[in-house]
Design a protein around this ligand. Structure first.
Ligand SMILES: Nc1nc2c(c(=O)[nH]1)N[C@H]1C(S)=C(S)[C@@H](COP(=O)(O)O)O[C@H]1N2
Ligand SMILES: [Mo]
Length: 316
């Protein structure tokens, strides 16, 4: 049985998860044709199909040790549940049952997809990615999900679609952080359609071989490993194809500090701190930061000839 990955400190499923959520994940297995097996082994649903996802050959390891789940799962940035890093408890009020993601805007046909639909249509694979927060800490996570480019292909955007805009839920009953009215809720992020069509951007539905923990942005979040962490929006409910560049949550708050591009660059300091090095979340060691967080081979070509657009180079 696939129960080995559950660390002892983690809240047991029966306490952290409502009956409805349990049923929903059961139906997720049914969609994969695994329902019968899951029903006879009740605890396996949390691991499969995530535990069975094949690892992408190019992203088997990130050149650094994977950050232990116990560390990553107890140090999170998720402002919907508080403006600190001890989000674990508070985030358990996130309700993921019946979750849907709407694809709309400049597309041939709008769509509303359940988590089951997404898994069935997109398939799942594992990729080990480095994550670099703009606050200069970093980690390595084995995500399970699918390439955003597949979702772009499914949506068939119209030729005037220039940006992909992502939006998180809005519900201040469920997420008390959203009662802090000085923040521009809901959390929004966006990338260009060229960036979204690259293979690297990853739609994440699991981590460490399991269903995504709530504090990681369940049931579906984005990870853009060459950009600062704030671009990697959690708990996505809507993906829109638009012509005008949207303003992100942090850009709306402080555009000079959190620009649109936000590509990791050790040579361009944040106005309030240096970006040349980063703190490994596990060891606490300071290590050198790499241009594009080391993913230049995959993404650097997206930015050639864009010098004018970058202006002061702040977020190149
Ligand atoms: N909806 C939402 N997405 C979000 C955030 C947030 O506060 N709300 N924080 C971002 C930041 S700044 C980082 S570093 C990562 C943190 O992801 P982690 O908690 O899984 O490490 O999520 C990003 N996505
Ligand atoms: Mo971050």
């Amino acid at each position: 049985m696939n129960v080995i990955r559950k660390p002892s400190w983690f809240i047991p499923e029966r306490e952290a998860t409502s009956e409805a959520a349990f049923m929903n994940r059961r139906s997720l297995l049914a969609a994969m044709g695994l329902g019968a097996v899951a029903a006879s082994t009740p605890r396996a649903y949390a691991a499969a199909p995530f535990a069975d996802a094949a690892t992408h050959p190019n992203y088997r390891d990130a050149g650094r040790k994977i950050t232990p789940e116990t560390i990553n799962a107890t140090y999170n940035n998720f402002y919907e549940f508080g403006s600190h890093k001890q989000i674990l408890q508070e985030a358990q009020s996130l309700k993921t049952d019946g979750w849907t993601v709407t694809l709309d805007g400049l597309v041939e046909q709008e769509m509303k997809l359940s988590t089951d639909d997404l898994i069935a249509k997109m398939g799942l694979e594992e990729r080990v990615y480095r994550h670099r927060c703009v606050e200069a800490w970093s980690m390595v996570v084995p995500w399970v999900g699918f390439s955003l480019s597949k979702l772009v292909a499914l949506a068939s955007p119209l030729s005037n679609a220039k940006y992909v805009r992502f939006e998180t839920f809005l519900d201040d009953e469920m997420a008390r952080g959203q009662r802090q009215h000085w923040y521009p809720w809901p959390y929004v992020e966006s990338v260009t359609i060229e960036e979204a069509s690259n293979d690297l951007p990853f739609m994440v539905m699991g981590a460490y071989g399991q269903v995504l923990h709530k504090q990681f942005g369940a049931p579906i979040r984005l990870h853009l490993p060459w950009k600062y962490g704030f671009k990697s929006i959690k708990s996505i409910t809507r993906i829109s194809f638009v012509e005008e560049r949207p303003k992100g949550f942090w850009e709306e708050l402080q555009a000079k500090e959190y620009g649109f591009w936000a590509n990791v660059n050790p040579e361009v300091d944040h106005p309030r701190w240096a970006q040349a090095t980063e703190r490994d979340l596990e060891t606490g060691e300071r290590i050198p930061t790499q241009l594009f967080n080391g993913y230049g081979a995959e993404v650097a070509s997206l930015y050639t000839g864009k010098d004018e657009e970058f202006g002061d180079r702040l977020w190149r």
